[in-house]
Design a protein around this ligand. Structure first.
Ligand SMILES: C[S@@+](CC[C@H](N)C(=O)[O-])C[C@H]1O[C@@H](n2cnc3c(N)ncnc32)[C@H](O)[C@@H]1O
Length: 392
């Protein structure tokens, strides 16, 4: 899987709906041979590209390096094929490891069983060669092995990220229903925000969208807060190369864009404050304890700009109350956010209808297992009032 230029295949995993944004991020990073797939993007890159992908990509969950691919018809063939890989090239007896597997196949229906078979084949190979075995650590292994079986094609990869890349390292505390960092970054990048106009999340919860927005505007790489990447435990780890990437690629812009967050809950704002401070962004984000019903972007000196938010979806609110809350939201957007591009993520399709504004763009995203609509409302200035296309 390696070609003569020291380049190899890489598979970058993401959430459904974020493939285009990830593709563009990779292009901007200088990657070549980029190909979009389902919840992933493939590319060719060298070791530096692999390190950079982990360090810079905001919409990547994991960066996998495939090391073998074979056809397998049953578990016996799987075991045999896994044993053709010389595992001591990748790790030693002193290292811990873990196997994750994803299967989409008639022949192999249980992913846990596949992972177990692969683990056995690896352990048995070490035992045969060294009379000792390396140990499994599912929580914090040195080396993560990822096995993907699609019908009868089995791809074995090393996971260069280790812990999922959404775990940036700045979040100490979570409030109820926090957005995944990768999803939040994807939402901001998809909105086409110019990184200069005011950014507001008036229902900011633990502050994920605010933090990701501040990082994007100031060109702060998402990997900067991470303690460790998976590839740092690999035999071929090049510390100098990683340090070079940290130094060269980390040209932060010190931007004075206004980033404003508010929430009705005092606890949520306290948590947001802690996370923001942990990300060293306190100077760049203003927070207010305030219900959106009292939020006025003029009073908070927001001016015009972009509003991106994920309001409550209704898990804890009665159906009718949520509908009337969304109606209020629509009125607030229309009357107080003139000149703003409003983007809202919600899984409550019934309540969305009560907003009473016609979206100029409608996208589908997933918040965990929840299918969501990501809606854009362009709120025009008074003179263009006819463009509101009120539905109410
Ligand atoms: C789904 S959560 C947002 C989660 C957030 N994006 C995060 O990553 O932590 C919705 C938030 O809306 C807040 N909220 C509910 N009603 C509100 C209101 N009337 N005004 C302002 N915030 C409100 C809740 O306190 C909650 O923090």
């Amino acid at each position: 899987m390696v070609n003569t230029e020291g380049k190899f295949n890489l598979v970058v995993k993401t959430f459904k709906g974020l493939e285009d944004v990830l593709f563009n991020e990779l292009k901007a990073l200088g990657a070549t041979d980029i190909k979009k797939g389902n919840r992933m993007v493939e590319l060719k890159g060298d070791k530096a590209m692999m390190y950079k992908a982990n360090f810079h990509l905001r919409t990547a969950l994991r960066v996998l390096k495939p090391i073998a691919e074979f056809e397998v018809a049953n578990e016996h063939e799987l075991y045999k094929s896994i044993q053709t890989i010389v595992w001591s090239e990748y790790f030693d007896l002193k290292n811990t490891f873990a196997v994750d597997s994803v299967v989409n196949s008639k022949e192999f229906s249980h992913s846990k069983y596949v992972a177990l078979k692969v683990k056995d084949a690896i352990v048995d190979q070490f035992r045969e060669n060294y009379e000792k075995r390396p140990y499994v650590d599912t929580e914090d292994p040195d080396v993560r092995i990822s096995v993907h079986i699609s019908n009868t094609t089995c791809t074995v990869s090393l996971d260069s990220s280790g812990e999922s890349l959404h775990k940036r390292g700045y979040r100490i505390k979570t409030n109820k229903a926090p957005l995944n960092e990768v999803l939040a970054a994807g939402m901001i990048l998809m909105s086409g925000w110019d990184k200069k106009s005011t950014f507001i999340d008036p229902m900011c919860g633990s502050g994920t969208l605010l933090i990701e927005a501040a990082m994007i505007a100031n060109n702060i790489p998402p990997g900067i807060y991470r303690q460790k990447f998976g590839f740092e435990s690999w035999k071929d780890f090049d510390n100098e190369l990683l340090e070079q990437i940290y130094e060269e690629e980390n040209e932060e812009n010190d931007i004075s864009v206004k980033i404003i967050g508010a929430d009705i809950s005092e606890i949520a704002i306290r948590i947001a404050k802690e996370n923001i401070s942990n990300a060293s962004l306190s100077r760049k984000i203003d927070l207010h304890i305030k219900p959106i019903e009292n939020f006025d972007p003029i009073k908070t000196r927001g001016g015009s700009g972009i509003l991106i938010t994920n309001p409550p979806y209704g898990e804890r609110i009665k159906k009718n109350e949520l509908k009337s809350f969304y109606k209020v939201l629509g009125d607030i957007f229309k009357n107080r956010f003139k000149g703003f591009e409003v983007w809202m993520l919600s899984s409550n399709f019934e309540a969305i209808k009560s907003i009473g504004l016609k979206p100029s763009n409608k996208l589908v995203l997933f918040n965990g297992a929840l299918e969501c609509k990501y809606l854009n409302y362009s709120i025009y200035e008074g003179s263009k009032k006819s463009k509101y296309k009120d539905l109410a």
